[in-house]
Ligand binder design. Sequence first.
Ligand code: GBH
Length: 451
Amino acid sequence: MPNRLDLPSDFRWGVSTASYQIEGAVDEDGRGPSVWDTFAARPGAVRDGHTGAVACDHYHRYAEDVALMQGLGLDGYRFSIAWPRIRPTGAGPANPAGLDFYDRLVDALLAAGITPLPTLFHWDLPQALEDAGGWLNRDTAYRFAEYTAVVADRLGDRVPAWITLNEPFVHMVYGYALGIHAPGHALMLDALPAAHHQLLGHGLAASVLRERGLDVMIANNLTPVRPASTSEADQAAATAYDALHNRLFTDPILLGSYPDLSAFDVGPDLGGSVRDGDLELIAGPGLDALGVNYYNPTRIAAPTDPALPFTEAPIEGVPRTAFDWPVVPDGLRELLTGLRHRYGAALPPITITENGCSVADQPGADGTVSDPDRIDYLAGHLDALAAAVAEGVDVRGYFTWSLLDNFEWAEGFSQRFGLVHVDFETQRRTPKASYEWYGDLIAAHRALQQG
Ligand code: GBH
């Protein structure tokens, strides 16, 4: 069996974060409000009333955080750019102080030998754009392309590859269909225009990047969908769910078409949002690498409620994370080989842009943080990844979620995903056992593969 040390010699190791989850400094240097500032201020929206107002204070402590990355020996760092720092009201002139922050961060990374991999949208939309309809408004896609041009012009001389969107599925479902994330709309299937407009924004931004000679990626949260049984009803439900979760955000980019959503009573115009020529705008620029965020598989059964054509069924008999998510490392191999089978020659190289788990870890009496469950999770998933590579899937890198414990959206600070423990009272950073393990793995892989 191949294992993680057998990954190719040019395989790239990284960590991931996102702006609203770590930066804090929400009122500084001209940043405008984002939908997450507004949403987190709503009573009951976030556990314990937490907000990202301070988070990890990374805005002021980025140099210390880059030093932690350097200690891991990373090749790359995936972070996100806060759109409301760059264009505080979503339109109009750029904010120079916001651009300066990412300029300093990029230079610090390069000085540490780390390639920056920015994500342009990781859910913190300028509130002013939400006031005009957010991603339900087609106009937001054009504002996204304008903002992309501003940051690409400033950083493109030092940043080779860019991720347009993070998890447009989660943003649509949690933010627009269920209302458990910002902007907090509970529109159920009427949220679908937010899928199309994000994808249109991806396509327009991709053209802007291409024109500047930059590489284009997207980070989709993909899941292998397993029918709960071999019954026809469960299999049909699984096919419907797979179309909504996986294909809706990948087919238009790689194949130039939307999947069949007729099981949802949704036509090919996604609620009237798709116009002539849009699919060409989405697929036309192409994709240099597909970013895959993987956490767990999904088990789907026939519907119990007539409103939707599926129901989620629990995955039993496997370990669970502190967040209660099932731990199924082989699901990553299943997902990757499935993508290769589905898209064939249309599938670009893959980078794992997120994978990790929440562990309820706290410093012990001696001050160290022991997180064996995270080490098991990462080791298992990296071995599954190596198995997929051995089966012929072209995977170029792995970015674990996350460098730091951070603001975990609706869960506030209660779920800890970091390789580095953060004390949110003192901002003290303590590398966990998993940090040492990951750094040792990177060094061992390099020594073995590069001699
Ligand atoms: C990502 O979302 C985000 O990009 C990132 O910002 C976030 O902090 C990180 O992951 C950790 O949450 O119902 O048991 O099957 C991940 C989105 C949505 C992944 C729900 C797993 C299903 C768990 N996820 N999900 S389960």
